[in-house]
Design a protein around this ligand. Structure first.
Ligand SMILES: [Fe+2]
Length: 342
């Protein structure tokens, strides 16, 4: 028996399972597996990207699980392109079976190796050029779709604000501030985009509230206030069936929820409220208090920052409050309704 140092890969003398696991093979972006007697002996993490199966699901399974018959013949025998002897290697174009049943064209390098003392087939598989092109087209399509949704959001934003001149620019100012807070908190780009878009139309439900109530000077009766509060539910109902690539409807639904359960419409508590909605709540309150309303003069930014600080962790998410205050105090952030790229 050949004794090897830990982690050493000796292609000439044969590979050991230990050396494979410890080598770059297990971290390669190409799917790499070893098959002996028609059964998978080793698979790296990248197999899940191409086949949809995790290594645990593939190892010990028969190769037919993810190889078409035609592909199996190409790899293991009976035709001239398959490798025969240890050391031989061939590049092949193959079709493999994804877990979801889809047939996927791939490119593969296949070789016969000595694996733990027995001749085995090593296959290194990556997406074929056709698949890469398809992926690029899908990506392009998704970008176009996102752009169209962005345009739709802009249009909806104008609809709400046309009916409610006092809040003209409110949604965009909130969206800009919410985005800045999210970036400050290091949220992933997808979540930042979701939040920005939802914030742009977070009061969409107000289109169902009579404009006399929205623009009424002075205080509202209990029933009028009930109608105004209903806008979170209405906003959700309006958008819940639109298949946005972002959870816009759910963020809107929760933008008046408060950590202690005192918010509406559901009275959700802390961890039940999605992160984007917790950020949106802070941005919404700060902007609303800083601006003019039909029933009052602007309260002002200082008071608004004081309000979120006072109720930090009770009503408002602490990290969002900290980030918001940091933006205004240390970074000189100014509320603005400038259009920013979404
Ligand atoms: Fe609202």
């Amino acid at each position: 028996m050949i004794r090897r140092k830990k982690g050493e890969v000796r292609l000439k003398d044969g590979l050991t399972a230990e050396s494979i696991n410890e080598s770059l093979i297990s971290r390669s972006r190409a799917a790499i597996f070893i098959i002996r007697d028609g059964q998978v002996e080793f698979a790296n993490e990248a197999t899940s990207g191409i086949f949809g199966y995790s290594p645990d699901e593939i190892v010990s399974a028969p190769a037919e699980k993810f190889l078409t018959l035609e592909t199996a013949v190409k790899i293991f025998g009976t035709d001239t392109v398959s490798p025969r002897q240890p050391g031989e290697c061939n590049s092949l174009e193959l079709t493999v079976l994804h877990k979801n049943g889809e047939k996927i064209p791939v490119e593969a390098e296949v070789a016969v190796i000595d694996y733990n003392g027995s001749p085995s087939t090593l296959a290194i598989i990556h997406h074929g050029a056709e698949r890469k092109k398809l992926d690029e087209q899908l990506k392009e399509g998704l970008e176009k779709l996102k752009k169209s949704f962005g345009t739709l959001i802009e249009a909806l934003n104008k609809v709400v604000e046309a009916r409610d001149p006092y809040t003209g620019g409110h949604q965009r100012r909130v969206a800009n501030l919410a985005r800045a807070i999210a970036v400050e908190l290091g949220l992933p780009n997808e979540e930042v985009d979701s939040l920005s878009l939802a914030a742009m139309v977070h009061d969409i439900g107000k289109i169902a509230v009579p404009s006399e109530i929205l623009n009424k000077p002075g205080s509202l009766s209990q029933s009028e206030w009930g109608l105004v509060k209903n806008h979170a539910q209405i906003g959700y109902d309006l958008l819940k069936d639109v298949e946005f690539p972002w959870p816009v409807a759910n963020i809107i639904y929760q933008h008046h929820e408060r950590l202690d359960g005192s918010g509406y419409p559901l009275g959700l508590k802390a961890g039940e409220i999605r992160r984007e909605a917790r950020i949106l709540a802070v941005a919404d309150v700060v902007e609303a208090m800083s601006s003019l309303r039909p029933y009052r003069e602007p309260i002002g930014l200082e008071m608004a920052l004081g309000e979120i600080e006072k109720n930090k962790s009770r009503l408002y998410d602490a990290s969002s409050v900290e980030a918001c205050r940091w933006l205004f105090r240390e970074k000189g952030y100014k509320l603005n309704a400038d259009k920013e790229d979404i």
